[in-house]
Design a protein around this ligand. Sequence first.
Ligand code: SAM
Length: 228
Amino acid sequence: HLSTRLLTVAKYVPVGARLADIGSDHAYLPAYLGLNDKISYAVAGEVVEGPYLNALHEIKKEGLAKKIMVRLADGLEAVSEKDAIDTITICGMGGPLICHILTEGKSKLENKPNLILQPNVGEWQVRKWLNENNYQILTEEIIDEDKHIYEIIVATWKEERDRLTAEDYLFGPVLRKEKNSVFIRKWEQEQKKLQHILSEIQKAHQVPLKQKKALKNKIRKIGDVLNG
Ligand code: SAM
């Protein structure tokens, strides 16, 4: 009963991985991977007691307590060197929170784990963090499920990673090349929304010209990507 969103994330967890799933809530993702013998070990981290208890319950119920450790902790404090984590998933949170967790947990990233991230908003911030921290984006997916559009970003540590542009951050270096139907729908919707805002503020005199210009710029940028 795993969602398409988390199934897509699961696809990118290497077979035999030692996984840390941060903000695991019910631990559905590590439980699925454990039940299907896709991982050798996992830590499911949660900072809030309710979700932590959900995770504990799920892992016990599925008989996975030997393979999957459920821990109450803030971000990457859930893991230690002994866990020898090689893959980290952080899903279903805003981009800024994902970046905050990664920055706060930098000392836990020393063995350069693979990162599979699924921000709900602010995807550009996640891509910027990756680019500035020696992570190369290998794959991206954009999917829709229950009227929501989700982006999944898969990255690996690399000394000489590609430098990304502002457009890459916003649209995704892989997604903007692929330009699939979900991507087109997302950005057409965004363009419409911004056009509506623009038409509203055009009438308002107190809105600074600079702000209107920035909005026009973004609308044009989206147009360029959609039509380019
Ligand atoms: N990862 C699951 C998913 O994608 O379905 C659950 C997503 S849920 C919306 C976000 C979870 O992240 C919440 O359970 C919340 O308690 C947890 N969370 C938020 N900040 C966190 C932090 N700093 N460390 C660990 N967990 C955190």
